[in-house]
Design a protein around this ligand. Structure first.
Ligand code: FES
Length: 205
């Protein structure tokens, strides 16, 4: 097997691009400081806020989070890549996560996954061309009693049958969680953050 070579001569981050995190997002991250003894301990909330604002956590965002928390960017990268929840590249607006653990597999999880791949015309880790869906698998989603399970963003779907997939995907509320949620981790200003991202992308294009 050939090793993938990394081109270290081309910078991953454009040094002239504007910041990707808006001031509102930075303030939101700083608002966690009083809750923890160290800035380092704010790393996970900071990554949640950054991903909520930008849709993913790019290398530029990692560097900016590191600056805010007075960490080395590699420490941010190490933590981020440990968790499948965080994305380093753009993902679909709705992320479908199918459980791949034993209870769900025994109850038809693989058939559900195959039906999703077929219906969305993507493979695992793929994103549909319209940017609507990404598809991944993860270990137990903590709904084993109701296997097979899948998440659409934060909404859990239980006892899913492969034959139900077309109906589920046709439901515009497929990812709507019917409960009030805390604004703790939500980005404070998506419009502002998105403006910053657009600017960064056009600057680096
Ligand atoms: S095995 Fe699928 S939710 Fe636990």
């Amino acid at each position: 097997m050939a090793w993938n070579a990394i081109d270290r001569k081309v910078p991953v981050i454009d040094p002239d691009a504007p910041p990707v995190l808006s001031e509102a997002v930075r303030d939101k991250i700083r608002s966690f400081f009083p809750r923890y003894e160290t800035k380092r301990a704010v790393l996970l909330p900071a990554l949640h806020v950054a991903q909520d604002a930008l849709g993913h956590v790019s290398h530029a965002a990692m560097v900016e989070v590191a600056e805010i928390l007075e960490l080395h960017p590699s420490e941010v990268l190490d933590t981020l890549t440990f968790y499948t929840h965080f994305w380093t590249h753009p993902k679909g607006r709705k992320v479908i996560t199918v459980c791949r653990s034993i209870s769900c597999e025994l109850m038809g999880g693989n058939e559900v996954l195959d039906a999703l791949k077929s219906k969305l015309n993507i493979d695992e880790h793929g994103t549909t061309e319209d940017g609507e869906y990404s598809l991944v698998t993860e270990e137990c989603l903590a709904g084993c009693d109701y296997a097979p399970c899948m998440l659409v963003n934060e909404k859990m779907h239980q006892r899913v049958a492969a034959d139900d997939i077309a109906t589920l995907l046709a439901d515009s509320d497929i990812d709507v969680v019917a409960m009030e949620r805390s604004d703790l981790f939500d980005a404070p200003d998506r419009a502002c953050a998105n403006t910053a991202v657009d600017g960064a992308e056009s600057a680096s294009a």
